[in-house]
Design a protein around this ligand. Sequence first.
Ligand SMILES: *Cc1c(COP(=O)(O)O)cnc(C)c1O
Length: 399
Amino acid sequence: MKTRDYIELENRLGAKNYKPLDVVLEKGQGIWVWDVEGNRYMDCLAAYSAVNQGHCHPRIIHKMKEQMDKLCITSRAFRNNQLALFYKDVCELTRSHRVLPMNSGAEAVETVIKAVRKWGYKTKQIPEGKAEIIVCENNFHGRTLTIVGFSTEDQYKDGFGPFTPGFIPIPFGDADALEHAVTENTVAFLVEPIQGEAGVIVPPDGYLQAVREICSRRRIALVLDEIQTGLGRTGKLLAEEHEGIEADVTLIGKALSGGCYPVSAVLSNEEVLGVFLPGDHGSTFGGNPLACAVAREALKVLTDEGMIENAAKMGDYFMDRLKDMNSPHVKEVRGKGLLIGVELKPEAGGARPFCERLMKKGLLCKETHTHVIRFAPPLVIQKEEIDWAMERIRQVLIP
Ligand SMILES: *Cc1c(COP(=O)(O)O)cnc(C)c1O
């Protein structure tokens, strides 16, 4: 079968909830992927940061196969040896006190919504049914009904109501807006350290410190969604480290398995996850031994192989090279580490055609929010490979 046969089959039988580029991939290694015709591409999206460690990382794949031969799932009706060790590894690495493992990122978000509400009712005497969570405009936290209900993106919601109440949107990057939005019923502030899907929006310096201070003073939980920014992507293990703060609760997912398996986790202080009692929450697959073994190895690979430091160094290099290009199409280059957005001027005609041209030249990336090209390659990328990418990007961005 050829590329167009796969596409025809997909279009005929699948729900049309995605509009992918017309490339059908069958193999990957590190930063490279190959299509069914044998063409090689550099992956500059890294599955929305799920594959920070690079495609099919040999150590992660080896550990996964080893665990699969031993035990894959027990459900949480019984204990498994990998779960406790996963807790230990993840708590040591992130200095968390309690962990709740789930599968997808959206499930981690749903989990934290339940946890902070219950925490608020228990500790703050909020009247039943009145808990409020403050969120940001242009947020992206996943696609379940509760989550899209507090999206400010019309298309994410259109036709899907009614929605879960109790969410208050405020502008992103504006700490005063948070101060003003807090009421006696506020339980938490849920925010991404950098808004990825919104177009790689970096808040002003000091924003996280300011919201940390407000949340502590007003006794509300600061919940950072680091599902995209976490695990090395921005050049630190967690993006909160750029401002030297600690969230009360941190959500991670995506690269937690090196892209090999859906694994997410809620990382919490003692208090917030401490409110859960047996029966309050669960997931058949959450915390299964295969997921835990894969996640443990994916975390080790990230630190053992210096990927976080590499993301910082290569991110600076990537961003500097993009800025030096001085393309007349580009309005702004922004980001942190290897999470980079190139915002095109409106008259450039949208980012999609640029991504399609890059694809033809062997570089895969995806537009986000019409005018932004996101570059977020696996964190193992090297200088020569960035130079290779830059030649292609230049051909597309310089008329
Ligand atoms: C991808 C993402 C999610 C949702 O994760 P899924 O695994 O797709 O459910 C949530 N928050 C952020 C910031 C994300 O980037």
